[in-house]
Each structure stands twice: as structure tokens, then as C-alpha cells.
Design a protein around this ligand. Structure first.
Ligand SMILES: [Zn+2]
Ligand SMILES: [Zn+2]
Length: 358
């Protein structure tokens, strides 16, 4: 089968032929029907997450179960499923204490998963490697969804949307009428806007580095759009009666934008870091500011969500029309066009590109 492979840190991904492992006990084989191009895949390519190479990219996908291994009773061939890159073990301390998104077994950047034609072992991104015709994954890494749900929307539920909606509903707990700032308008940032609107937020101020994302932000539900600069916190205060926003979401993963979000939040406001940054990028806040501002700074990992519960809930909302994901997808492409989509994302253009497999 074909897979989008990267041979080493900084290399350009290309479509290669990969042989998957057999479907062992507890595993399933899924024919991928749609897979999104996510920023974390870029962090695999540039080595920020230190995966093993050669590496099959992709972790935001949906498809159809085609084979199940011994002992699998949660799904059957023909079921439509969303892939879950953080499947919970349900046995560790975090799982047993209601925080499955922090499961000790999840979050490994890469895992073994197949071989190249010459026998070289291949690793797969986040245990999935979903930018491929097929994947073989543990049954707990798939979540059944209704057949009525389009595959492109289903794919996004597996990463960007669960992350964005979870940050709004589970981490920040945005209430009706509250003001929201969203810094960084990739797939996750736009998902945060969609979720904030669905949660009944009042003012939703979207921020990016240029005018290019204005139309996308407005179609997702932003009420205001600002281009980031050194005086951004003043512009935000001007829109919020001089106070700053109730909630600031940082969806970039950089110390500068975390500072921007912090400064734009009101006293007592909540700053939610959704973007994943680098380990040597330090955020500087004064001890007096931390005390006096009474703000909360919190990260949101995979939306602080239990995907097994929340993906089916989100799927139902997409099917009944109460959650509109259309503004999030700007490009539907083939697997061969995926390298171009990575370049587009690195330049900060468009929203999600989704590979559609026939
Ligand atoms: Zn992702
Ligand atoms: Zn666990």
C-alpha cells in the first residue's frame, strides 16, 4: 500500500510503498478514506518531536474497518471509524482518575509499523501513520461513528476538532456571553472559534500574522479580526471595555504568542495553551504579574477529552447540523499532493488540507 513517508529530520515527504504488519490479536486493519494534514506532522518532519525514521506521517483520519484480529468485539468489518492517536489504557493512575488524555501509554511520537520493499523497518506517527491507504492499529485506537458522517469531517474529529472543542468546553469552560481571543488560526485555532461560537461566547477576537486568514476566521464565527503586532493587547482591551478577554487561547506553541495571550486576558482571566511548543522556548512572566493578575495559565492536551466518549458526541452534532466543520477544510487533495500541503501549512496558508482516498 502507499504511505506518505519521511526518511529523516528535515527531509521532504514522498509517497512510498509500505507493507503493513499482519492483523494480530486485538488489532484492526482500517482502509483510510480521509486524512488531515496537521501541524504535529510538521513537528515530526522537522524533528521537534524526535520520532524514529523512516516514518509514515499522519494521525488525523477516518476510514472503514476491513479486518479484525482475534478477540476484537468493539468494531466489525464495514464499521466507519475515527482514528485515535491517544488511546487510553483504562488501567493506569491517570485513566483510573478521570484523566485519560494523560494516559501513561500515550503520546509516544512513533512506533514500529511495517517495512519498506527492501525490508527496512518503518515507524508510524503516534502509533497510526494515517497518511496511507491502510493502517493496522490496536482496536482501542479506533472509535466507531455513524455512516452518515462524511469521512473528511470524521477525520478532523480525530485531532483538530477534538483538540479545539475540548479546549473550549473542557479546559477553559467558556460560558455564554464570555469574550474569547484566539491566537493562531490553523486547523486547531479555527476549531476553537467554531467551538466558542457553539458555546455561546460573546465577542470572539481572532488573531493571526496577516490579513490572509480574515475571511476564514469570520466564516468560522469570529466577530473581530486583528493582525498581530506589539500593541495587540491594547487593541484587545479596546474591544473589551478596557479589561481584556475572559479567555485567551494560544494555538501556535511559541513563547511570544503565549505572552500575547497572557497580556490580552483580563485580570482573573484564563489563558489556555493549545499549541505545542519547543522545550528550549522559555516563557517569561514576572512574579508580581503572576500574583497581581490572578490569571490562570493552563495547557490543554488533546482537548482534555476522553475521545471514546466525546468523538461520538461530536459526530452526532456534525450529523444533526449543530456543529459546522465546513469552514475548517480549505483543500481536498490526493496523497501525491500532500507534500505541497505541508509546504502550504508551513507558510501559514489556508485551513485544513484533507487527503481524500477513493
Ligand atoms: Zn494533529
Ligand atoms: Zn492509561
Amino acid at each position: 500500500m502507499r504511505a506518505l513517508l519521511v526518511t529523516g529530520s528535515g527531509a521532504t515527504p514522498s509517497v512510498e510503498s509500505v507493507t503493513l504488519p499482519d492483523v494480530g490479536p486485538g488489532a484492526v486493519r482500517v482502509k483510510v478514506r480521509a486524512a488531515g494534514i496537521c501541524h504535529s506532522d510538521l513537528s515530526m518532519i522537522d524533528g521537534k518531536l524526535s520520532p524514529q525514521f523512516p516514518l509514515t506521517l499522519g494521525h488525523e483520519a477516518a476510514g472503514v474497518v476491513v479486518e479484525t484480529g482475534a478477540g476484537v468485539d468493539t468494531v466489525k468489518p464495514g464499521d466507519h471509524v475515527v482514528l485515535n492517536w491517544s488511546p487510553a489504557c483504562r488501567r493506569c493512575w491517570f485513566c483510573e482518575n478521570g484523566e485519560p488524555w494523560l494516559c501513561v501509554t500515550s503520546g509516544t511520537p512513533s512506533a514500529p509499523g511495517g517495512v519498506l520493499a527492501d525490508g527496512t523497518p518503518v515507524h508510524v506517527t503516534l502509533g497510526l501513520g494515517a497518511l496511507a491507504d491502510e493502517v493496522v492499529v490496536p482496536a482501542r485506537a479506533v472509535i466507531a461513528v455513524p455512516q452518515l458522517l462524511p469521512f473528511d469531517a470524521a477525520a478532523l474529529l480525530g485531532c483538530a476538532v477534538l483538540t479545539g472543542v475540548g479546549a473550549v468546553n473542557n479546559t477553559a469552560r467558556v460560558r455564554p456571553g464570555e469574550s474569547v481571543l484566539v491566537v493562531g488560526l490553523g486547523g486547531v485555532g479555527l476549531s476553537v472559534i467554531v467551538a466558542a461560537r457553539a458555546a455561546g461566547a460573546g465577542r470572539i477576537i481572532a488573531v493571526d500574522v496577516s490579513e490572509a486568514k480574515r475571511a476564514l476566521a469570520v466564516s468560522a464565527g469570529a466577530t473581530d479580526y486583528l493582525v498581530s503586532d506589539d500593541t495587540l493587547h491594547k487593541s484587545v482591551r479596546a474591544l473589551t471595555e478596557g479589561r481584556g478577554v475572559d479567555h485567551a487561547f494560544e494555538c501556535v506553541g511559541r513563547s511570544t504568542t503565549i505572552r500575547t495571550a497572557w497580556r490580552a486576558a483580563r485580570r482573573g482571566g484564563r489563558v489556555t495553551v493549545v499549541g505545542m511548543g519547543a522545550k528550549d522556548d522559555l516563557v517569561s512572566l514576572s512574579a508580581l504579574d503572576i500574583f497581581h493578575s490572578a490569571k490562570t495559565l493552563r495547557s490543554s492536551v488533546y482537548g482534555n477529552a476522553d475521545p471514546d466518549v466525546e468523538v461520538p458526541e461530536l459526530a452526532a452534532r456534525v450529523v444533526d447540523g449543530s456543529l459546522d466543520l465546513a469552514p475548517l477544510i480549505t483543500h481536498r487533495i490526493t496523497l501525491e499532493q500532500a507534500p505541497e500541503a505541508f509546504a502550504r501549512m508551513a507558510r501559514g496558508e489556508g485551513a485544513r488540507s484533507v487527503v481524500i482516498f477513493e
